[in-house]
Ligand binder design. Structure first.
Ligand SMILES: [Zn+2]
Ligand SMILES: [Zn+2]
Length: 569
């Protein structure tokens, strides 16, 4: 979607939030409004009703929205003094709080018909333009997202410019709900959450199998690419986090504990550990580029309201790597990383990937020349790999430019996964150096990169992307052997042993169900391959291979099957 239309859609959706608030106040005049922003795919309005809304109220509210839309009321906006605003919103403690937080003496006021709202503006011109709307749900929320504040009710919805777009979205949403990874995780016995540790996932054997496969796959590639794997502590003392700047900027999201009456933090990021290891002894230019990879478990405190299955957890593992190199090595390193990122995403059948390059912001640190060298290296690496990218001028971190990769899944959603972040700050901050060929002490450049990002989140993404039907190579149980009668069990056992020798995760169905029942069970378990074995197969030493979608191949020899296994691994 072009940036312009994205912006227009935001304006439309935010206006739809006002329309929802207008409808709510019309039907339930004692409701207290808080805020109603546009979101990634719609809008919400958080309100404090005098009696809780029920699902069936949504339909009435939506009808009322259409009523005000049909009236085609002009939406106007003006600036008023805070003093006047305090009078207008005197009965609304939330709006009063917002008024105090707005800098300056003036605040914005929007109006449509009798309805007024505190707002900085950015609306469509009249309610008649807000036609294609749908209220989607009711949920609990808290003022400012904080559990210690007043509990509120959130009314969410969406709006589009055309009926067709709205219809497509609703269809896609229905599909997404059907294949919600939390639902699949339960159905497929992969993971669970427990109230004893909200936001901390428990992996069941099959789920852990998948996580391990994700890690094993990447580990093999990293090995080929000259990375070396390290492991650094999950807890380090506060001094380190003060030095890295995390304490100052990220303290609210960190967990702390005392060891021998000294304060330690559980790491929210893996970088400082890698840096200490680099700095442990003098480094020579001969060692560079030094590629240190770490599958690092991090903990970050997220508000309970935003936790969302594996997508938003309080503990997750990053497929992290830190590359220490000389400025003239940046381009080759980035180029190799880009290739690796594409190789990995293609393996998971993500065909469409969008790439953004964020450049120097106003408040940056590091010399002009370093920024220029680095940014040009990133650009040139992208161009040499023929990767189209969007230039995001000024959107880089203050400490270096970055490349971000977004994958598009089978349901048309976008996920930001891989990042390549250059860092001029930490090498300075921790006084990192290497001895150059001419014997002088030089400062290396540090590159942070992740491909999956959070492995947990990536797991959730692929689960939804494949709608639970994971490809053969990553499925926790790959093959199920189904005999027509017990007479074929010895043959099944023989094939099972052969499969094991190929490291295939297989199981023999030992139940006394008829074949149709065994097939049904395997389908429910979403097993990619079933080997159907009857007397004919046993006597001819062949295999009937039945795929998850019901397609079959008959008369396969073990050699044929083994070739298929290798093709799909
Ligand atoms: Zn507004
Ligand atoms: Zn890092």
């Amino acid at each position: 979607m072009p940036q312009d239309s994205k912006h227009n859609l935001e304006i439309l959706r935010h206006s739809a939030a006002h329309l929802a608030a207008q409808a709510i106040l019309d039907l339930f005049p004692t409701t207290i409004l808080t805020i109603g922003p546009a979101t990634e795919d719609g809008f919400f309005y958080d309100v404090l009703p005098s009696t809780s809304f029920k699902e069936e109220d949504l339909e009435r509210i939506e009808q009322r929205m259409h009523f005000f839309a049909d009236q085609n009321l002009p939406i106007t906006h003006k600036e008023i003094s805070k003093q006047e605003a305090r009078k207008i919103f005197g009965n609304n403690p939330f709006k009063l709080e917002l008024i105090e937080k707005i800098p300056g003496d003036m605040v914005g006021l929007s109006q449509q018909g009798d309805f007024i709202d505190l707002c900085r503006g950015g609306h469509v011109h009249s309610t008649g333009l807000i036609k294609h709307i749908k209220l989607l749900g009711l949920s609990g929320s808290y003022w400012r997202g904080d559990k210690n504040n007043a509990p509120l009710q959130r009314i969410s919805g969406t709006a589009f410019f055309t009926a067709e777009e709205l219809e497509n979205y609703l269809k896609q949403r229905e599909e997404a709900l059907l294949y919600d990874h939390r639902k699949l995780g339960k159905q497929m016995d992969l993971f669970s959450f427990h109230q004893e540790g909200a936001g901390f996932p428990f992996y069941h054997p099959k789920g852990k199998r998948i996580i391990n496969t994700l890690i094993d796959y990447l580990r093999r590639l990293l090995d080929e690419q000259g990375y070396q794997e390290i492991a650094t502590p999950i807890m380090l003392n506060d001094e380190l986090w003060r030095c890295s700047g995390h304490y100052e900027h990220y303290k609210e999201n960190m967990y702390f504990c005392l060891i021998d009456s000294k304060s330690f933090a559980i790491r929210p990021m893996n970088c400082p550990g890698s840096i200490l290891l680099y700095n442990e002894r003098p480094r020579s230019y001969r060692e560079l580029p030094l590629r240190l990879a770490e599958f690092g478990l991090v903990h970050r405190h997220e508000l309970s309201g935003v936790l969302h299955g594996l997508f938003r957890t309080r503990a997750f593992t990053i497929d992290d790597a830190h590359i220490y190199c000389m400025p003239n090595q940046i381009e080759d390193e980035i180029s190799a990383m880009i290739k690796l990122v594409y190789q990995v995403f293609r393996k998971f059948e993500f065909e469409h990937i969008s790439v953004g390059l964020s450049t120097r912001p106003d408040n940056s640190m590091g010399s002009e020349i370093l920024w220029e060298t680095a940014t040009n290296s990133l650009k040139s690496a992208l161009e040499k790999n023929k990767i189209p990218f969007k230039l995001q001028e000024g959107e880089g971190a203050f400490y270096g430019p970055k490349i971000e990769f977004k994958i598009h899944d089978s349901m048309g959603r976008e996920w930001q996964c891989g990042t390549i972040q250059l860092d001029f700050f930490q090498p300075e901050n921790f006084d990192l150096s290497y001895i150059a060929s001419e014997g002088t002490k030089q400062r290396p450049v540090m590159i942070h990169r992740a491909i999956y990002g959070s492995i947990e989140r990536f797991f959730g993404i692929i689960l939804e992307h494949f709608k639970g039907n994971l490809p053969f190579w990553i499925a926790p149980l790959q093959v199920k052997l189904l005999t027509i009668t017990d007479a074929q069990l010895p043959y099944a056992q023989k094939l099972f042993d052969l499969l094991k020798s190929e490291n295939i995760r297989a199981e023999i169905d030992l139940s006394s169900d008829p074949l149709s029942g065994k097939i049904k069970t395997a389908q429910l378990e979403r097993i990619p391959w079933m080997l159907v074995l009857g007397n004919k197969e046993m006597s001819q030493e062949t295999i009937t291979l039945r795929y998850r979608d019901g397609k079959q191949e008959t008369g396969l020899s073990w050699t044929d099957l083994r070739a298929l296994i290798h093709k799909n691994s």
